[in-house]
Structure formats: C-alpha cells, structure tokens
Design a protein around this ligand. Sequence first.
Ligand SMILES: Cc1ncc(COP(=O)(O)O)c(C=O)c1O
Length: 369
Amino acid sequence: MTDDYGDSTRAVKATGTEPIPGQPVGPSPVLASAFHLSPDEGSEQDTYGRGSTPTWRTLESALARLEGADAALSFGSGMAAITAALRVTAKPGSVLVVPADGYYQVRRYAAENLAPLGITVREATAAQIYTAAEGADVVLAETPTNPALDVVDLDRLAGICRDRGARLLVDNTTATPLGQQPLSLGADLVVASATKALAGHSDLLAGYVAGSDLDLMAALGRERLLSGAILGSFEAWLLLRSMGSVGLRFERQCHNALALATALRSHPKVGFVRYPGLPDDPSHPVATAQMRRFGGLVSIQLADAAAVHALVQRSDLLVASTSFGGIHTSVDRRARWGDPVGDGFARISAGIEDTDDLLADVIGALDAG
Ligand SMILES: Cc1ncc(COP(=O)(O)O)c(C=O)c1O
C-alpha cells in the first residue's frame, strides 16, 4: 500500500482484504483458542490462541500501517500494552520517567509494581520531561496529556533520549495515529489505548504497541505470550471493523472539538479552555509542528463540581462518561479520579454529532445555569 494516501484511505485499505473473488470484502473474525497441528512440527503459524491468531495479524498489520511502524502487537487494553512495554524496557537499576500529568493509572502502576523491583520511578510533567530525560534510561511521554492537553515536543525529547541512549515510549492515545506519528518523530515505541477513538463506539477495550525495532517487538511478543494479556479475537475483529471508519469519525471529532473550544473560550461561565488547536493555546506552536490534527478532546474549567454535573443534566446531547473518543460527546469531571486539576475541571470528548446541534446544545445548557 502506498504511504501517499490520506489517512481515511489508508484506514480503509489497511482494514480490508485481498480482492479474491468469492471471498468476503471485509475480514471475518476467526474465533479459536486451538488450531489443527501439522505432523511437520513447527511449520504452523497458529497453534494456540495466546500466541497468535489470523485476526490479530490483520489488525496488527493495520495498526502498524497507521502508525508508520514495521510491526504492531495488540493487547487486551491500553494498560496491558503500556505495562508490557514498561516491563520489557525498564529493568532493576533503570531510571524510568513517567508522566506526572498523564493517565493516572500508569504512574500508579509504576509506583506500585515497578518501584518495588528496584526501578527508580520519576514523575515529570510535560514541561519537566526534558530535564528528567537527561537522567533516565526509559522515558514514557504522553502527548497531548490527558486531561490538561499539554503537548510534549517529541523531536526535542527524542534528541535528548538518543544522546543518552535512553528508550523513548510515547502514549499516542489522545492524538491517535491520525493526529501524530511519534515513531517518525524519533520514538522507539508507540503505546496506546485503542479503546478510545480507534474503536470509537464505547463498546470494547483494546491496546497496542507499535515499533520498528524488531528485536524489541519480539521481546514484547514474548512478554504477551507469557503474561497472557491478550485481546480476544472477537474484540480484535470489532476493532478492525471500527478502524475502517476512523478517518471520518476522527475528522468530525476534531472539527467539533475546535468548534466547541472556540465557542466556550468566550463564555462567561467558562474559566479557561485548553485545546491545542486554538491559536493562543500554550501548546499550539509545538502541536502545529508535530500534529496533523489536534484531536477530539477539549478541557474546560467551570466554577465547581456542581456546575459540571449541571452542564450534563441540562444538555440533551452530552453524556457523563469517563472514557473518550466515542461517537457521543462526553464529559468527565477529572478531579473525581484524583487528577491534579480543579474541582470544576471537565474534559470534553467531542463526538460526531452535527456541529451546529452540538454547539447550540452545549451553549444552551451553560446559559440555562
Ligand atoms: C492516555 C491514556 N493512556 C492509556 C489509557 C489506558 O487505556 P485502557 O483503558 O484501554 O486500558 C488511557 C485510558 O483512559 C488513557 O487515557
């Protein structure tokens, strides 16, 4: 497949099948835990469903193409993918940097499960990560950060990691491969939750690791085989099916996010708005240099927790949900989960509703308060 295609074309092509007359146009799931073995032992590609399945291979080749990687591995969730990548790259004695302002469960895992193994865990915000990387062996960056939407300059960070021989892992969940390709900016591995915009329908959990260092990817494959953190075949197929339309969905989500950010920044009930696509957002210069789209997340500050709940209750279109990337526009009050943000801080995930309907609904709900 040519790399010159646009993202939507690449997603459609990557999730399709070879044009063989009489065969299905879209891939079908192969639901199997066990496969027939050959007397020619070792010749089979698939033997047991924890090792490999045909459905994974189709999904993984699509994920690798979208990320611009030579290989990808699917996992049972984003956390399964991220923790596998941390276990393979950080060893006792290593200094590991994790985001202080990213997805909170990752730093919790590092503190609770990696630090006791003799790995020195350091937390750094998007602004602190360049200095922290100077003393690290493994750096995990998340950009844009969830939930504050700060952007890490990946080219700069990759340069620091390269100079010191540190490995750079980038969580690409919020941007998606349609928003940025961290491997092309110098990352060693992409880790991500596919539960969000790639799956896009709030109905499955999945994760993946993508990279072009085949020894490292082989070590990750072995980690997955032995830890068993696999994606079920049905979910793999459902994700693949959803990914064919991610270009359309993500385009609308980014469009709606920018429209919401623009409308909300001048609303008297909104303290501040963060969206990397706003020209005066502090993240905008770096985001413009490394992102192809600015994503579907917008963060806003309202007066307090009650104001966030009232916004959802007075709206016809908003749903309260702690995931993001789905077709419905959703709101999550992040202080509820312990994120270091104010009580009235809400992360909005733009859905695919008609933009005018969404704006009228959200502004109407705020005005009614
Ligand atoms: C940035 C980020 N990374 C990773 C994860 C974990 O993904 P999952 O819930 O699929 O395990 C999340 C979940 O919200 C996330 O926001």
